[in-house]
Write a protein that binds this ligand. Sequence first.
Ligand code: ADP
Ligand code: MG
Length: 260
Amino acid sequence: MSAAIEFRNVSKSFGDKQVLKNISLTIDEGSIAVILGPSGTGKSVLIRCLIGLLKPDADGGEIWVFGTNVAAIDESKRADRKKLYDVRKRFGMLFQDGALFDDMTVGENVAFPMRHHGGLRESEIQARVADKLARVGLKDAVNKMPSELSGGMRKRAAFARAIANEPSFVLCDEPSSGLDPVMAATLDELILEMHHELNIGFIVITHDTAEARMLGGRMGLLNKGELVVPFDATDKVLRSNHPAIRQFFDRQKSGPIQVV
Ligand SMILES: Nc1ncnc2c1ncn2[C@@H]1O[C@H](COP(=O)(O)OP(=O)(O)O)[C@@H](O)[C@H]1O
Ligand SMILES: [Mg+2]
């Protein structure tokens, strides 16, 4: 396996507030990576840097994504815009508030990213929509409106949309926030199923330790913008005696992680 993604000493500030501090990590193609951490610690900023929605500081490190240093992209240059576009095309998104478009059928929701990126004939789009919906167990929902679906089905539909363009990775920013534990477990199962069946990689941001354990793969715990121990295999990180790891996984009130 080769590293598809590599953060090298990445730092990011907003004004005088440093949000990411010297982050280094590698993620292999087709693997599962979990970024854990309390709220407000830079998890979403990290993901936004990964796909070039935010830029690290000047001299704030490198972010290699499928051979492109996204941190060095200059969007005023046409060739760089093309590179960024090619990088983004390889990522699907599943956000906590990644609601479906209410005024479109489920099928049109799934077709949306395909139409956005273009290049597919209508018959191909329809075939792919059917395939993705079948994958998530929603074969019969193609003509339904989102309002006709249960909460769990809506999550599944959002999942189908996230894999519409057959991405290398799906970025999941707190996908299970606000879900009850049963539905959260169902979502994690879906992630593992897609991972195994379709060889899709997942980068999952969460503050749910049960979810982190269930997904396995590799993991990092971010606290105040820093990885508290090196990004590594989840079972290895779980065995760490680092006080921040213990505090987070053993649910302790006091320790290095402070409520802000
Ligand atoms: N565009 C922005 N401008 C200024 N500050 C920001 C911006 N985005 C995030 N932040 C700040 O960066 C910190 C980390 O945010 P975030 O990555 O969203 O945290 P979380 O770990 O909960 O996802 C927060 O203090 C937030 O206010
Ligand atoms: Mg966030």
